[in-house]
Design a binder for this molecule. Structure first.
Ligand code: PGA
Length: 255
């Protein structure tokens, strides 16, 4: 189904090239289930976007055949748009509710999403960071990667020690996400609240998934380019426990 995880020759990361996205998603789902079986109160870092959706679907399928009580598990979303109604279908609160909280049976009170509609965004960002620290940190962070190499909404130029904060979205990110707003880029928010790269690196384990040829260059820059602020995902090479799960197309630019 998938090749064994291999230490990438140029990085400390484990890289696994799966037969396809579904197979990669199964690997990620198995990692999550193993964690939650061992530690029912674990904190899972959850991403939104197209990439993690098959992971959540694989989890839901597994839970149907092999039920596991997730009601004591915590989840922390990576990011949220600023200035969007949390009840809007495009809000990451809505997406996490629909893809994670409800189908997997998390207790909604234990699922945190940055508060992008707060009247005091800086205070809300600091409170989000403090909330992660207060429960002892994220055990396993699921990540996608943007075409420009972003993780969360940490666009190129983000410091690798950045905390949760409000950021401006890159134009290419807004263009990519217009598909969730009926293709209308003018409706895509210009800012977001995101866990920082420093926040992400505090997670005990990280699994990054990338699918399709459109992600190949970003993956190659992250794994084989310089570790630099211009390449947000390259910061993952500073972490001791990262697994990269790719389909063949997303791995196609690796040397
Ligand atoms: P995608 O987004 O999974 O929708 O491609 C990934 C990202 O922007 O981090």
């Amino acid at each position: 189904m998938s090749s064994p995880s291999l230490a990438h020759p140029l990085t400390s990361l484990r890289v696994c090239v799966a037969a396809d996205a579904e197979a990669a998603a199964e690997v990620a789902a198995t990692r999550i289930l193993t964690l939650l079986r061992e530690k029912p109160t674990a904190a899972l870092g959850v991403a939104t976007g197209s990439t993690p959706s098959p992971v959540y679907r694989a989890l839901a399928r597994s839970l149907q055949s092999e039920p596991l009580d997730l009601s004591r598990a915590r989840a922390f979303a990576l990011d949220e748009y600023v200035g969007i109604d949390p009840r809007a279908p495009q809000s990451y609160r809505s997406v996490i509710d629909a893809e994670v909280t409800e189908p997997l049976g998390f207790d909604r009170r234990l699922v945190a999403v940055p508060d992008g509609s707060s009247a005091d965004l800086d205070a809300a960002a600091s409170a989000y960071e403090a909330g992660i620290d207060a429960i002892g940190g994220v055990d396993l962070q699921i990540l996608g990667i943007g075409h420009n190499g972003h993780i969360g909404f940490n666009e190129p130029g983000s410091p690798h020690d950045s905390p949760t904060r409000v950021v401006d979205l890159a134009e290419e990110t807004r263009e990519a996400n217009a598909r969730f707003f009926d293709g209308d880029i003018d409706r895509v928010p210009r800012q977001a609240m995101t866990q920082g790269i420093g926040t992400i690196l505090k997670a005990r384990s990280i699994v990054l998934l990338a699918f399709g040829s459109g992600k190949a260059e970003a993956v190659a820059r992250a794994l084989e380019g310089p570790i630099a602020e211009a390449s947000p995902a390259s910061a993952l090479r500073r972490h001791a426990d990262v697994t990269i799960l790719l389909d063949k197309a997303a791995a196609s630019s690796l040397s």
